[in-house]
Write a protein that binds this ligand. Structure first.
Ligand code: COA
Length: 328
């Protein structure tokens, strides 16, 4: 145990050291330098500058014992807004593992978040749920959906789709906001938060440089008027939907946008479908052969930090849904 260990905000050199070691696990196909640049570009977006902190747990001689990223998005739970603490990228250098450093770091960070008045802590676990359950985190449902793109007809003849551009963003944001307003729990997105998400995905795929994979953001229009949006990764025969939204956050309209996008994807030769899709939309996808499984990675967990908040009612299946883009 490190009686004198302390919490600190990571400096540049410490961050680089963590990336050098975590690249093997989280590099996602990027080269080490690209991986570092990717995170550095993201860290300098206005949203990240304000809402993301890289914390380290330091031993009494300054040695780096463990690390994590803490994200602070706005969250609305049953109509009440507040700040969330989302724990990501928990990483202990190999030589310091299994000595309780991550446990101490996480506890210290959660105390800090509680002191700052954050309403909940969230995380998306890649290592199962048992470790985080010890801190009081509870599991939220997490499914993913697989299927085949069959020859479903496109939307009505007056529907079209177009590449998402800056001029569409107010409509996209409004659709997402309306969707949030229907949820028992939702991570809200300011314009800066949206920019952070675009930089994250575009920055990753640009650096990956794989011509067989394409990140695509589109809007669906009815007689030229905005109906909804789709954010997807296409390639290797698969249409992987990362987010779908529609005017008013309405599941019926979202269904239409999804079907329209699927028809286009299929016409372009894609045959497989993958996505995190909320239950009210899945239930409408008659004619699609979908297989729903429990996720093994990015399993969401929640911990109430404000004693007045009861998270219990949020835990039931099908209540809380995080779009893929909300994972940190
Ligand atoms: C997970 C990690 C941060 C734990 O750091 P640590 O300082 O060793 O953590 P602690 O000493 O507090 O706890 C160790 C416990 O973590 C849990 N744990 C570690 N890796 C795990 C894994 N892959 N799956 C499930 N549990 C795991 C185990 O309960 C372990 O105890 P055990 O080895 O006796 O079974 C570290 O193993 C790591 O950096 N792994 C690679 C990055 C990663 O997977 N991060 C988690 C992302 S959600």
């Amino acid at each position: 145990m490190t009686a004198m260990a302390r919490l600190a905000v990571a400096n540049r050199e410490q961050i680089d050291r963590i990336y050098a070691e975590s690249h093997a696990l989280w590099g996602g196909g990027l080269k080490p330098a690209e991986y570092r640049e990717f995170w550095s570009e993201l860290a300098s977006t206005p949203w990240a500058e304000r809402n993301v902190r890289y914390f380290v747990w330091l031993g009494d001689e300054g040695e780096l014992l463990s690390s994590l990223k803490l994200y602070h998005p706005r969250i609305v739970i049953d109509g009440t807004a507040g700040r969330a603490s989302i724990v990501g990228a928990v990483f202990t250098p190999r030589k310091h593992r299994r000595a309780g450093h991550a446990r101490e770091l996480i506890s210290a960070v959660l105390d800090h978040s509680r002191d700052e008045g954050d309403v909940v802590a969230l995380l998306f676990s890649d290592i199962g749920t048992r470790y985080y359950a010890d801190f009081g985190f509870r599991s939220l449902p997490s499914t993913e959906v697989w299927g085949r793109l069959t020859g479903s007809p496109p939307g009505p003849g007056n529907w079209s789709s177009d590449e998402m551009r800056a001029e569409h963003l107010p409509d996209v944001r409004a659709a997402h906001e309306a969707w949030c307003a229907r949820q028992p729990l939702a991570i809200e997105r300011s314009a800066e938060h949206w920019q952070f998400l675009f930089v994250r995905t575009a920055g990753f795929f640009r650096r990956l440089g794989d011509r067989r994979l394409r990140h695509r953001a589109t809007v669906v229009l009815e007689d030229g008027r905005f109906v909804g949006y789709l954010i997807a990764v296409e390639g290797h025969g698969e249409w992987s939907v990362r987010e779908v939204g529609a005017v008013g956050g309405d599941p019926g309209k979202i269904e239409g946008v999804l079907r329209h996008g699927a028809a286009i994807a299929r016409a372009e030769g894609l045959r497989k479908f993958y996505g995190w899709i909320e239950d009210p939309v899945i239930e409408r996808m008659g004619g699609w052969t979908l297989r729903r499984t429990t996720r093994r990675r990015a399993q969401p967990m929640i911990l109430g930090l404000d004693e007045k908040l009861d998270v219990e009612p949020l835990l039931a299946g099908g209540r809380v849904f995080f779009p893929y883009q909300d994972q940190f």
